[in-house]
Design a protein around this ligand. Structure first.
Ligand code: AMP
Ligand code: MG
Length: 417
């Protein structure tokens, strides 16, 4: 007769004497092993948003290109000494895009408008609110420094300056800077193509009639959406059953179509964990035992030269592993360099005890300047992923977090480039 195994106090205890790789060590390994793989293309500015720059980019023009007025007012040669000043006004004016072509004699002033190139003989401007004037003269109080209310040519950017560094992900503000400095296209990396494959006999597609024991594939829409937000080209590789041959065939047909494959499900060492078994058999680099919750198991392998992240099936663990491991790795492969997510120290409003020696991520959000965590740590609680606005990172060596302790909150937005 068989007996049930003895109960354990802590079913998450790390097995004694076995090495569990700390998260940072696992990340350092990935960082060392991978490199950019994407090609380079030039794209017009209106297609470059969110793309990774393939090279340093230099300004083709200074900003501003010419000295110009920062205000509406009157321009002359500065400085002006203390006391009442009365200057003769010369005829004409300088406006944005409509320069004054003549020369303003020393001691005279001219009407200038914001953005107007400063006429020859003008380097200083007085605000129109600070003067009285008639058709022939302008009067105001000194002193006024030379260059007041004027913008120097190139004070923002000089022709030939490096405006963007290689690896930068182009923002909308960057498009403004590129346009202002005379750039009409940018050298960018082609998008990294990332395939998403779900595995499991229980999975069905949304919209299908669910039979007994079947569940809708939740990981695939989540991961495809996340990848698009991260700026990658997300490729839907569909679902496969828990069947070794079917999985092998799908990986074979996918490997040449994409640069990276994310699978979910079947990554542990169980009877139906075919991703793990297949990767181990056919060239996995590593079966990772990472000191992380939620997260294990994670199977990492190369399939015909294409890296495969065998993510856990639990949606919470699948998301955490994607954010923590896959995302910086994919960023590196995409040419953006290795980027750690930006976190913020915020006081906790919760209490939590944990085993030291393991990193934990909890679904979290900030309310009233404090971090709150989702009521359940259950790895299948998809509602908590949706409730959360980020993750709180509990350090490897922490054992007891109390309300008021500072914890590191990482907004979801910090993970998308
Ligand atoms: P596995 O990693 O295959 O053992 O799956 C762990 C848990 O995650 C099981 O409860 C699965 O039913 C569930 N699961 C696996 N894949 C998905 C998926 N694509 N969507 C939702 N749940 C899943
Ligand atoms: Mg499964």
């Amino acid at each position: 007769m068989i007996k049930p195994p003895p109960l354990r106090n802590d079913c998450f205890a790390l097995p004694a004497g076995t090495h569990w790789t700390p998260v940072d060590e696992a990340l350092a390994t990935l960082r060392d092993r991978l490199a950019p793989i994407t090609g380079i293309e030039n794209l017009p500015l209106d297609h470059a948003l969110g793309r990774v720059l393939a090279a340093d980019v230099t300004a083709l023009r200074s900003n501003p290109p010419l000295p110009n007025s920062a205000v509406d007012g009157y321009g002359f040669a500065g400085p002006m000494p203390e006391g009442a000043q009365v200057l003769p006004l010369i005829e004409g004016r300088a406006a944005a895009g409509i320069p004054f072509e003549g020369v303003v004699p020393a001691g005279a002033a001219i009407r200038v408008l914001t953005g107007a190139a400063l006429p020859s003989g003008v380097d200083t401007v007085i605000l129109e609110e600070d003067v009285t004037c008639d058709t022939f003269q302008v009067a105001f109080h000194g002193p006024l420094k030379k260059g007041a209310n004027a913008r120097r040519a190139g004070e923002d950017v000089q022709l030939g300056d490096i405006v963007f560094s290689q690896g930068r992900v182009v923002t909308s503000a960057d498009l403004a800077l590129a346009a202002a400095t005379g750039l009409s296209e940018l050298p960018v990396r082609e998008q990294l193509r990332v395939g998403v494959l779900s595995t499991g006999d229980e999975l069905i597609e949304v919209g299908q009639e669910a039979g007994k024991g079947q569940i809708y594939d939740a990981n695939r829409p989540m991961l495809l959406g996340l990848l698009r937000q991260m700026g990658f080209a997300a490729v839907d590789l569909g679902q496969v059953k828990d069947n070794r041959d079917a999985l092998e065939a799908r990986l074979n047909s996918s490997a040449s179509k994409v640069d990276v494959i994310l699978t979910s499900g079947g990554a542990s060492a169980g009877d139906e964990d075919h991703v793990s078994a297949l990767l181990t058999e056919k060239g996995a680099i590593q079966h990772w035992r990472i000191a992380l919750k939620p997260g294990r198991p994670l199977a990492l392998g190369m399939w015909q030269g294409t890296p495969v992240f065998g993510l856990p099936g639990n949606p919470v663990a699948a998301l955490v592993c994607t954010l923590i491991f896959a995302r910086p790795t994919m960023g590196l492969m995409a040419g953006a360099g290795w980027a750690a997510p930006q976190g913020f120290l915020v006081p906790a409003n919760f209490e939590k005890r944990k085993k030291p020696g393991r990193r934990e991520y909890l679904r979290a959000r900030i309310r009233n300047d404090q971090v709150e965590v989702f009521a359940s740590e259950g790895s299948g609680r998809i509602s908590g992923l949706s409730w959360a606005e980020g993750l709180v990172e509990i350090a490897d060596d922490a054992a007891h977090i109390q309300p008021g302790d500072m914890v590191r909150f990482i907004p979801y937005s910090s993970f998308v480039m």
